[in-house]
Ligand binder design. Structure first.
Ligand SMILES: [Zn+2]
Length: 58
């Protein structure tokens, strides 16, 4: 049974088979719900707290 994974950027739950899996050089596995989150985190190095469309988890 696949466990629920959450987007490393916007913290939204990702359905099995969806999203992007990214492995950093240091071995850290990160999951992103969409290419939008992937690009924001990996290519643009955005801070989720400073990104307007990210739902705040308070
Ligand atoms: Zn996301």
């Amino acid at each position: 049974m696949p466990k629920i994974v959450y987007c490393s950027f916007c913290k939204r739950p990702i359905k099995p088979g969806e999203g992007v899996m990214y492995v950093r050089v240091d071995g850290t596995i990160e999951r992103y719900c969409s290419s939008k989150c992937f690009k924001s985190a990996v290519k643009l190095h955005r801070n989720p707290r400073k990104t307007k469309w990210v739902v705040k988890s308070t």
